[in-house]
Design a protein around this ligand. Structure first.
Ligand SMILES: [Zn+2]
Length: 226
């Protein structure tokens, strides 16, 4: 495979971020996590950040036109010449269409779409327990990764809060949005033969191992096709 243009798909809380960071290290490809990029923009108070904040606080999807421009510029950059890992994009059918058009204009195409499959119940358990440090965004979990002192970040001592989009009513809303707008992409990419499913209920290490196996199989298939 000459380049690896990879999309991570899955509900909020499926562990896409954890896997994306591992993949970034192992594959040495840039990792573009829409949520992280937007939250950084909000913290920095950029035009994009100000425009995106009101949608994010409600658990609504940030409008396509804001997101598409932001991602297209990164895909078209030198660092993404050998491939990229997308997380949180595309999230709607119009975004998927915009991505396909952008890649086609560059003479490229997606290599694989990895779906990390997790039930709604597991999503609520994972996200509802998440606590984020106000200063630097360090993330803890009341059940899986509790801080030494409740409500205080181990790393920089700042306050830990439940991020607005991790509040129960917002989690439910995010899941509804996922089902309505993102879940149809699973079928879309499956129809194109690009989709590979990974069981996201397993431990992060096991999920990572399954992703490695999936990518290795893809490489074999690509080599045989030459
Ligand atoms: Zn911190």
């Amino acid at each position: 495979m000459e380049e690896l243009n990879l999309v991570l798909l899955g509900p909020p809380g499926s562990g896409k971020g954890t896997q994306g960071e591992k993949l970034q290290e192992e594959l040495r490809l840039p990792y573009y996590a829409t949520g992280d990029i937007l939250r950084a923009a909000v913290r920095e108070g950029t035009d994009l950040g100000r425009a995106a904040k009101e949608f994010m606080d409600r658990g609504d999807l940030v409008p396509d036109e804001l997101i598409v421009g932001m991602i297209a510029a990164r895909i078209d950059s030198e660092e993404a010449a050998d491939g990229f890992i997308l997380d949180g994009f595309p999230r709607t059918a119009p975004q998927a269409e915009a991505l396909a058009e952008k890649l086609e204009a560059l003479g490229r195409a997606l290599t694989v779409v990895l779906l990390i499959d997790v039930s709604d119940e597991e999503v609520v358990r994972r996200l509802g327990g998440r606590r984020t440090c106000v200063e630097s965004g360090h993330v803890f979990h009341v059940e899986f990764n509790p801080p030494k002192q409740e409500g205080v970040c181990d790393i920089d001592g700042s306050e830990l809060i439940t991020r607005d989009d991790d509040k129960p009513e917002v989690i439910r809303h995010r899941l509804e949005q996922y089902q309505a707008k993102t879940a149809p992409l699973v079928e879309h990419y499956d129809g194109q033969g690009l989709l590979r499913r990974v069981d996201g209920a397993a431990s992060p290490e096991d999920v990572c191992e399954e992703i490695r196996r999936t990518l290795a199989t893809l490489r074999l298939e690509a080599d045989e096709a030459i």
